[in-house]
Design a protein around this ligand. Structure first.
Ligand code: IPM
Ligand code: MN
Length: 369
């Protein structure tokens, strides 16, 4: 059996724990079958961490995240914590993980499973066979730029500031990830910004073009303004292969792309740092969906995005391509049996719970192996 892989599981808030439990079952399956063993330990992040420790992420949990091979995260946030001061909000826990681990490249694939074509709000012919990858810069831009804050002006009114800022190295390192991944796909990169109104966008465009011209001549590079990209994503999403964009535009565009697939409940993500000398990258894997407080604890959540995030972990952190394929195919086959959680329910299909979806995925994994 291969050496232990150290995973820190941070289920978080809302539906996070429920979907993460299903991920745990799949990891146990690999363990029991002696395919791979995982050393999984748990921690708190988000509102649950605030409730216990008064902070959405303790230094101790941060340290454990730095030391493990991969972090698996469920979801953070909820109305219970909405009125907390900014620094204590559940979301700050997630943002600190991203920033302190330097997870600058966020991979958000949007893939339409055949069985789910009808679940999309778009026409079947627009989304059928869709397979695009959004790469969102994750540690810079408006999310972290300085100066930031709210100040009171002499006349008593207030001023809120955030700063959109990017440097050449920040653009190039995420650009490289985009070009490299495009080479393994359909060899097309579309770089997205607002160079028509923002200097940071002008720089982004120029640096991407330079990088393409010098290191990736074989990859087809195009540029698009972010507003047009949002429009093109719903007009004709299949024109894209890899989209690379900044933190804030990537946040918006990936939600938009998610909905092409029928449900946010289906979208996984990987957040990767730079490779060290041994080729190891820090990494965090999480579903794109939020904590869905309205359905938390009801057994109604869709665990597939979290399971697919785990599959991305197998692929990117542990180089277990076959096992990642196995999990992804099992998810595809599970959907083909006609079972659905509430979020992707369609007429004539069978509505099942979170745990039942876990059962069906495990049964399909069993069948395939
Ligand atoms: C996401 C989420 C986060 C973000 C929140 C929870 C901080 O929307 O991962 O897309 O804005 O990045
Ligand atoms: Mn988001």
């Amino acid at each position: 059996m291969a050496a232990n892989r150290k995973i820190l599981s941070l289920p978080g808030d809302g539906i996070g724990p429920e979907v993460m439990t299903q991920v745990g079952r799949v990891l146990e399956w690999f363990d029991k079958r002696r395919i791979a063993s995982f050393d999984v330990s748990e921690g708190l992040v988000g509102g649950v961490s605030f409730d216990k420790y008064g902070t959405p992420l303790t230094d101790e949990t941060m340290k454990r995240a730095q030391e493990c091979d991969a972090v698996l995260l469920g979801a953070v946030g909820g109305p219970k914590w909405d009125n907390l001061p900014f620094a204590q909000k559940p979301e700050r826990g997630l943002l600190r993980l991203r920033k302190d681990m330097e997870l600058f490249a966020n991979l958000r694939p949007a893939l339409v499973f055949d069985a789910l074509i009808g679940a999309s709000t778009l026409k079947p012919e627009v989304v059928e066979g869709l397979d695009i990858l959004i790469i969102r810069e994750l540690t810079g831009g408006t999310y972290f730029g300085e100066p930031r804050g709210i100040t009171t002006l002499p006349d008593g009114t207030r001023r809120g500031v955030n700063t959109q800022v990017y440097t050449t190295p920040e653009i190039i390192r995420v650009g490289r990830v985009a070009f490299e991944l495009a080479r393994k796909r359909n060899n097309k990169v579309c770089s997205v910004e607002k160079a028509n109104v923002m200097e940071s966008g002008v720089l982004w465009r120029e640096e991407m073009q330079k990088l393409g011209d010098t290191e990736y001549k074989d990859v087809e590079l195009s540029h698009m303004y972010a507003d047009n990209c949002a429009m093109q994503l719903v007009r004709n999403p299949k024109q894209f292969d890899v989209i690379v964009t900044d933190n804030l535009f990537g946040d918006l565009l990936s939600d938009c792309a998610a909905m092409l697939t029928g449900s946010l409940g289906m979208l996984p993500s990987a957040s990767l740092g730079a490779a060290d000398s041994s080729g190891r990258r820090k990494a965090l894997y999480e579903p794109v969906h939020g904590s869905a407080p309205d359905i938390a604890g009801k057994g109604a959540a869709n665990p597939l995005a979290c399971i697919l995030s785990m599959a991305m972990m197998l692929r990117y952190s542990f180089d277990m391509k076959e096992e990642a394929d196995l999990v992804e195919t099992a998810v595809k086959n599970a959907l083909a049996t006609g079972v659905r959680t509430a979020d992707i329910m369609q007429p004539g299909m069978k509505r099942i719970s979170t745990v039942e979806m876990g059962n069906v995925v495990l049964a399909e994994i069993e069948k395939l192996s």
